[in-house]
Design a protein around this ligand. Sequence first.
Ligand SMILES: NC(=O)c1ccc[n+]([C@@H]2O[C@H](COP(=O)([O-])OP(=O)(O)OC[C@H]3O[C@@H](n4cnc5c(N)ncnc54)[C@H](O)[C@@H]3O)[C@@H](O)[C@H]2O)c1
Length: 398
Amino acid sequence: MNLVVIGTGYVGLVTGVGFASLGNKVSFVDLDEEKVSKLNNKEVPFYEPGLEEHFQNGGTFSRMSFTTSYDDIDWDRTDVAFICVQTPNNLATNSVDTKFLESALTEINNVNNSKIVVTVKSTIPPYEIEKVCKKVGMDKNEITFNPEFLREGTAIEDFFKPDRIVIGGNDPEKLSVLKELYKSFDVELIETDPISSQLIKYLANTYLPLRLSFVNEAARLIDYSKGNQQDVLKGVGLDSRIGLHYFRPSPAWGGSCFPKDLIEVNNFYKTGEVALPLISNIIESNDIQSTWTVEKLTSILNEENINSVLLIGAAFKEDTDDLRNSPTLDIYKMLEQKDFKTYIYDEMVELDEYNSLENLEDISEKMLVVLMYPVKKTLMDKIQTIKEKTKSILYTPW
Ligand SMILES: NC(=O)c1ccc[n+]([C@@H]2O[C@H](COP(=O)([O-])OP(=O)(O)OC[C@H]3O[C@@H](n4cnc5c(N)ncnc54)[C@H](O)[C@@H]3O)[C@@H](O)[C@H]2O)c1
């Protein structure tokens, strides 16, 4: 098929490269000139394991094109246009910022081809789409939804082997084009209405941080009770109804999606109309976890008479260079405010505004070394060497 992908971020680029490697022709459009120029020079603008290899593949690359102008797209031959623009939280109104989506839909609305299946991959409540459609003069029933569930760090694997595919819409003909596009994927496809398709996305992104917050609260309780964290969590997680997967304590959770999607879920209802006490407190539980982590580190620093802390891992989780809502950056600031000499080390990320260490080998003083998430064995070996050389203390939250 001939596809257009609007937005070449994590979702757009992975989706487009994935479909191009399956033989489709993919035209990407992004307003960010630097990104598009990199892509045209065969450079991937961010780190995602496996993406570079697929992107550089000669056959795949020859089926892709990149532009900053909607006028360069051959709209007459386009079957599906995937909208993959960002939908951040607008801090002023504490609700989703739809301006990127509005600008993309305005462009598509100018195209004279009603056969194009306009598919929103961005995470956005359907009632917000309705408002945007009204504003740009588009029929909301023309829009289909295909929420994205990829995890940064394993996004390529998630594209080729998703847990499920969800499509939502009111036009059976348009949905059948999406089913055709996905027909080679050996996985359950859920076809539903627009609201339900987005609720699947939002509730998945509610349950996951809920689970992470549960395990963090469990870790706080175990610490307070002077229990053995590993034994307790293993004992709980081995219950087959609970499971050990995705059941690891952390300094706090973050990322580009969970925080903003949770805020939006809380915007779905007016207090008093539907009682959701659990869901409405997940963010607060996570805020408490960052503060608790800083208090925990402070007590270790004081007990051990150390003044320097090294946080290993700048991104919000392993195998990505995405710094959006990274707990490391929040915890760094809180430690600095307490006058601890604080450093960050990350093999993949350059940090200009932070005290970052280029080489672990440069460490000569005793430090508190904090692993923000598990690291590869080669890095762990280096950390162990430094730890022994400087008599540093290692802290891992899990
Ligand atoms: N990142 C994830 O792990 C993930 C996972 C699932 C769903 N999502 C959702 O997918 C959407 C995209 O997320 P992302 O992380 O890929 O975002 P991103 O910020 O990495 O990329 C968005 C891209 O869209 C471009 N853009 C903005 N307005 C445009 C316009 N009018 N025309 C063309 N290009 C435009 C931007 O320049 C940017 O390159 C969001 O709604 C997000 O919630 C993200």
